[in-house]
Design a protein around this ligand. Structure first.
Ligand code: SUG
Length: 443
C-alpha cells in the first residue's frame, strides 16, 4: 500500500494580530503592537496550500479556533451575555483578553505529534494534541485541536493532550521529525526536547518541551523503542531564539537538515539516528555550519522553518522557504549552494507568508505533516481536503468575513467578536464540521 506525506495547514483565523505574547520568540516580540492584516494573512496561507496542491502533494486544511475563547473567561469568573463578558474582560483583565484573542492555532505544526501507522505497533495512525502549556495563549488550543483532528481523521487514534503540568510541557510536531526509507515502511522518530521536566527552569528563554512529554507520547503511540531517538536542544539555539526545534532543523525521507548549533550533542544525535535506522535506511545529515549561516541569520530568515518536500517525480527534495530566506544574504547564498550542489536537497522555492512570519511562524509552522496510506487518505473527512473548489470558496469566505487590518485597539471592539463568530459559523458549513463544532455554537 502506497503512502505519502500530506500537509494539513492551519487556516489563519479572523483575529490574527501581533500580541507580543511569546517570550523567546524574537519575531513575536519584535512585531508586538503592529497593525495586522487578517485577510492578507489568510490569503497568504491559502496561496501556500494551493501551490502545494497544484504541485501534486496531498493537501489538507484545519479550521481556525474560536477567538475570543469565552470558556476561559467564564472559568475566570466573568458572566453575562457574550458581549458583556467580552467588554468586562477587556475592562478588568486586558492581558488575559489579549491571550484569548490570539489566532495562534494557525501554527498547525504545534497542533499535535503525529506517528504514522507503519511506526505504531497497532498499525494505527496516532495523534496527540500538544498541551502547549508553556504559553497561556496556546494552552487553550488542545481541546478544540482534538475535536478538529478527530473530525479530520476519523480512523485514527486521537489521544487527549498530556497533563498541563509543567513536567509534561509539550509542543507537538515542532519538536518531532520522522525519517524513513520508504514512506509506507517503518521510520525512525526523533523527539527533540529542551529540558528535563523535573529539573529547575533554565535561565533565559523558556525551553518548551520536556523529555517526560516526549517519552509519554512515544509510549502511547506504541513506537518501537529501538526506532525512537530522544535528543536535547542546545542552550545556544534556545538563547538565539529557537523556541521550537523546527526553527533550526527539518527532515524528510532519509535527510536531516539542521544548523550546527541546533542540538546539545550533534555527534550523539548522529550516532543515535544511525543506530535506530540500521537495517531500514542510511540517514543523510546536511549540517549547516555557523560560519556559513550564523545562527542569528538562520533564525531571523527562518531557513530551517521551511517545508522539505518530495515533489512527485523528483528524486531530490525541495525546500519551500519563506521570502525572508531569499532576502537575507547568508541564507540566500546557502540556498544557491544547495541548488548548485548534488546533495539530497536539489531545489528551493520561496513563498510569501509574511503575516505569519512576523509572529514567528514560517512555512513549516503553518502545516502539520501526516504520512498516510492511500487507504487512510481516502478516509480523511472530505471537508478537510484542499481542492481548487474549496480554495475558491475559502477565498470568497475570507474576503467576505475578514478585516483588511486589525490594530491593537480594534481587537477590543465587540464587533470583532461577532464578525469572527459569524465567519466561523459559516465555515462549519463549508467544511461540514457540524453545528456544534465551536464552543459558541454549543451555547
Ligand atoms: O508559539 N507565535 C507562535 C509561533 C509558532 C511557530 N511554530 C513552530 N515553530 N512550529 C509561538 O510562539 C505569537 C503570537 C503573538 O505574539 O501574537 C505566537 O504565538
Amino acid at each position: 500500500m502506497i503512502a505519502r506525506e500530506a500537509n494539513f495547514d492551519g487556516l489563519i483565523g479572523p483575529t490574527h494580530n501581533y500580541g507580543g505574547l511569546s517570550d523567546g520568540n524574537l519575531a513575536s516580540s519584535r512585531h508586538a503592537g503592529l497593525v495586522s492584516s487578517p485577510r492578507g494573512a489568510a490569503l497568504q496561507g491559502l496561496e501556500k496550500m494551493a501551490a502545494m496542491a497544484e504541485a501534486g502533494l496531498w493537501q489538507g486544511v484545519l479550521p481556525p479556533q474560536q477567538r475570543p475563547f469565552l470558556p476561559a473567561l467564564l472559568q475566570a469568573g466573568f458572566s453575562g451575555s457574550d458581549a458583556q463578558i467580552f467588554t468586562q474582560g477587556w475592562a478588568d483583565a486586558p492581558r488575559l483578553m489579549k491571550n484569548l484573542m490570539s489566532a495562534s492555532s494557525m501554527w498547525a505544526a504545534n497542533a499535535a505529534t503525529v506517528s504514522p501507522s507503519p511506526d505504531c505497533a497497532d498499525g494505527t495512525l496516532h495523534l496527540t494534541p500538544a498541551n502547549l502549556s508553556t504559553m497561556l495563549h496556546r494552552s487553550i488550543e488542545h481541546e478544540q485541536t482534538g475535536r478538529a483532528l478527530s473530525r479530520a481523521f476519523p480512523f485514527a487514534a486521537v489521544h487527549p493532550a498530556l497533563s498541563g503540568q509543567s513536567v509534561f510541557a509539550d509542543e507537538g510536531a515542532a519538536n518531532h521529525v520522522r525519517l524513513c526509507g520508504e514512506r509506507e515502511g517503518q521510520g525512525v522518530e526523533l523527539l527533540v526536547y529542551g529540558r528535563d521536566g523535573y529539573a529547575a527552569a533554565r535561565p533565559g528563554y523558556p525551553a518548551r518541551q520536556t523529555i517526560q512529554a516526549s517519552r509519554a507520547i512515544a509510549r502511547s503511540h506504541k513506537l518501537d523503542p529501538a526506532r525512537t531517538v530522544y535528543i536535547l536542544q542546545s542552550d545556544a539555539a534556545i538563547d538565539a531564539g529557537a523556541f521550537h526545534n523546527d526553527v533550526v532543523c527539518v527532515g524528510a525521507m532519509q535527510t536531516l537538515f539542521y544548523h550546527e548549533l541546533a542540538f546539545a550533542d550533534t555527534a550523539q544525535m548522529k550516532a543515535d539516528m544511525t543506530r535506530a535506522a540500521l537495517g531500514l535506511f542510511d540517514p543523510i545529515f546536511v549540517e549547516v555550519s555557523n560560519a556559513d549561516v550564523p545562527i542569528a541569520d538562520a533564525i531571523k530568515a527562518y531557513l530551517f522553518n521551511s517545508m522539505l518536500v518530495q515533489m512527485p517525480g523528483d528524486d531530490r527534495l525541495t525546500l519551500i522557504a519563506p521570502l525572508e530566506t531569499q532576502e537575507n544574504a547568508a541564507t540566500r547564498a546557502y540556498c544557491e549552494t544547495l541548488m548548485s550542489g548534488n546533495g539530497p536537497i536539489g531545489n528551493v522555492q520561496f513563498v510569501d507568508v509574511r503575516q505569519s512570519m512576523q509572529n514567528g511562524g514560517g512555512p513549516a509552522c503553518l502545516r502539520l505533516r501526516v504520512t498516510l496510506t492511500e487507504h487512510e487518505w481516502a478516509q480523511v473527512h472530505t471537508g478537510n481536503k484542499f481542492t481548487p473548489a474549496l480554495h475558491n470558496t475559502l477565498k470568497d469566505w475570507v474576503n467576505t468575513h475578514y478585516r483588511e487590518s486589525l490594530s491593537p485597539d480594534d481587537i477590543r471592539d465587540v464587533s470583532v467578536m461577532t464578525e469572527s463568530f459569524e465567519a466561523l459559523d459559516a465555515l462549519t458549513k463549508i467544511m461540514d464540521l457540524g453545528d456544534d463544532f465551536y464552543p459558541f455554537q454549543r451555547g
